[in-house]
Design a binder for this molecule. Structure first.
Ligand code: SAM
Length: 393
């Protein structure tokens, strides 16, 4: 895919991408493995989730008793407010309910609740005990009434609308809640997100670290990219690259140290870094580390690493100082990264470089082992908290 599809979804504000059960299960299981009581006595809010479509609500309803939840609240967004819904057909679940109202059905969001009440008296609490009502408004997560539900909740979990990811993160932070949400990995460089990463208030979840993920989309979505498919029952799916969980719930992976590279391992070192060793940036006092698996064990100074480093980041092993090419707090200016400069620019153009760089920019740049001028994509600047002793020290 499908970044093309995702880009198109963003422009058209078509935000209907339904998360697969297995993706939710893997992530929640990782939190439970680290802390089996992570959901116990907690109120969990799913603020972009109609249980008729969303696996989040079904998943937590199924495990309501096993996880020891106190309450599960899920809210949905009104069809009339949602540009992705061309024609709304209420389901039998809604139409057959005494609460059904054809006008409200289109214009209002809904609130679904499961608490300890065994509504149908079958001896257990599960999806059958779900109660629902129309909200006063359209269910926008920013509305007063959904915000009031956030205030009652301990944990917010969802795959929020892609086009409102930044706003959604601000909304979570304002509520001071635990959260786990799905977004694009490049979201870490947004200026409201990176400071949270730097301050260890937000990190990637453990269960997605590479490749793409499949989401179900509404029937009206055009399937333009490779990897899209239509299942036997007619449901449409697209594959989306660069998906990650963004969370502040602790998990085991972030306490495992990342394996580091030693120059003594000649063969591996030459393969990953090259015989000439790490290159220094032209405009900053740090070394370029080309891949996350080539971070030197014993380097005492600053290192520029790719964003994928965050998939392996352990706060006990590294300190994150900033993100080059991002100009807010903890960006290039904060780090003191110099301008690219005319000399490097000329060499870059001479070597056929066509990227949108100018001498005034502060992206990290260097010369590779063949002395060719190279820019970097975004780099996170890190240092070891406790580097291995250098053999020449
Ligand atoms: C990416 S989809 C994910 C749906 C569901 N959470 C899942 O993962 O299966 C985002 C959902 O947010 C809803 N939505 C869009 N804008 C919203 C808003 N402003 N407030 C609340 N929900 C919204 C859409 O209806 C859509 O179903």
């Amino acid at each position: 895919m499908a970044n093309k599809d995702l880009g198109a979804a963003k422009t058209a504000k078509k935000d209907e991408f339904y998360t697969q059960w297995a993706d939710i299960e893997r992530e929640m299981n990782a939190y439970l493995e680290f802390d089996k009581d992570v959901f116990r006595d907690r109120v969990v809010l799913l603020p972009c989730d109609d249980p008729e479509w969303s696996n989040f609500a079904k998943f937590f309803a199924l495990h309501f008793q096993e996880f020891g939840l106190k309450k599960l609240i899920s809210t949905s967004f009104a069809p009339n407010s949602n540009p992705a819904i061309e024609e709304y057909e209420p389901t039998l679940f809604e139409v057959e309910s005494p609460a059904y109202d054809p006008e409200k059905s289109k214009a209002r969001g809904k609130k679904f609740v499961i608490d300890s009440t065994d509504v149908n008296g079958d001896g257990r609490v599960d999806i059958e005990d779900l109660r629902w009502q129309y909200l006063d408004g359209d269910g926008d997560f920013r509305s007063e009434e959904v915000t009031a539900l956030r205030e009652q909740s301990d944990i917010v979990i969802t795959n929020p609308p892609f086009s409102l990811f930044r706003t959604f993160v601000d909304w979570l932070v304002a509520g001071d809640v635990k959260f786990s949400i799905i977004g694009n990995m490049n979201g870490v460089t947004y200026k409201n997100v990176f400071p949270l990463i730097r301050e260890n208030k937000l990190w990637y979840g453990p269960s997605i670290t590479s490749g793409d993920r499949e989401f179900r989309v509404p029937e009206s979505y055009p399937l333009t990219a490779a990897g899209s498919r239509v299942a036997d029952d007619g449901s449409k799916y697209v594959r989306v690259k660069g998906v990650r969980w963004f969370t502040n719930i602790d998990h085991g992976r972030r306490h495992e140290p990342l394996p580091l590279l030693s120059e003594a391992d000649n063969k591996l070192f030459n393969k990953r870094v090259g015989a000439a060793g790490y290159q220094r940036y032209e405009n900053y006092d740090a070394i370029e580390v080309p891949t996350t698996n080539s971070i030197p064990a014993d380097y005492q100074g600053l290192m520029g690493v790719p964003i994928t480093f965050l998939d392996k980041y352990s706060p006990e092993q590294f300190e994150i100082l900033g993100c080059a090419d991002y100009t807010g707090l903890y960006g290039s200016d904060h780090l003191g990264i110099g301008r690219i400069g005319e000399t490097w620019m000329q060499e870059y153009r001479k070597a056929g470089g066509r990227g949108h760089y100018t001498a005034n920019m502060t992206s990290l740049v260097f010369y590779d082992q063949e002395s060719i001028a190279r820019p970097t994509f975004k780099r996170i600047v890190v240092r070891h908290l406790d580097p291995a002793p250098r053999k020449d020290a």
